[in-house]
Ligand binder design. Structure first.
Ligand SMILES: Nc1ncnc2c1ncn2[C@@H]1O[C@H](COP(=O)(O)OP(=O)(O)O)[C@@H](O)[C@H]1O
Ligand SMILES: [Mg+2]
Length: 171
């Protein structure tokens, strides 16, 4: 897991890791703020390419994941079974080529996705799966020159909690 401020180059580094993956399979996802309250939203996006292996899962794990993704009866998703299902699916998808699993802006992962992925990550040992998480640690710093820029000046005035650095140029 890599933490860093916005703009420091985390996504660029993930792009580089993806390009260097070679023959490894790749799963890549990005947390987004407006889906952070939707259970399993990011997990579903991340695992979508691997869902072809669903049939290989042991019954209870498959049913739990199908319930989480709305693919089967929604009788409630046991978090442990979902975590085990994610572990199984990642291992299955890694096959013999290996798997690189990249999660950008993990601070916006919905809680259910985060817990399932962490559950699986803690149990990866010799499964040929590498997982990289990038986390932004601070809100973006707003650079503005209020006298020259009425729009940003108005934003700052209406959002006093935003950190603001004044510069000599215009935005
Ligand atoms: N090594 C680098 N050399 C030059 N520009 C870079 C480098 N890494 C990132 N950038 C540029 O810096 C900006 C922010 O990078 P980004 O990866 O989006 O940051 P973050 O994901 O940490 O917010 C982007 O415009 C990106 O193209
Ligand atoms: Mg980024």
């Amino acid at each position: 897991m890599l933490r860093g401020e916005p703009g420091i180059g985390k996504t660029a580094l993930l792009d580089h890791a993806a390009a260097a993956a070679g023959a490894m399979r790749l799963l890549r996802g990005t947390g987004v703020e407006f889906e952070a309250e939707l259970p399993f939203s990011e997990l579903q996006l991340l695992l979508r390419p691997a869902l072809g292996s669903l049939a290989a899962l042991p019954g209870p794990q498959r049913e739990a994941l199908e319930a989480a993704f709305g693919l089967g009866p929604t009788t409630g998703s046991d978090p442990t079974l979902v975590g085990l299902a994610v572990l199984f699916l990642l291992t299955e998808y890694a096959d013999e080529t290996g798997l690189l699993c990249l999660v950008d802006d993990a601070q916006w992962l919905d809680r259910a996705s985060r817990e399932a992925l962490l559950f699986a990550a803690r149990r990866l040992h010799a499964e040929s799966v590498a997982m990289l998480w990038w986390v932004s640690t601070a809100p973006p710093r707003l650079k503005t020159s209020p006298p020259n820029c009425p729009w940003t000046a108005a934003m700052v005035a209406s959002s006093p909690s935003l950190p603001c650095t004044e510069t000599s140029g215009s935005v």
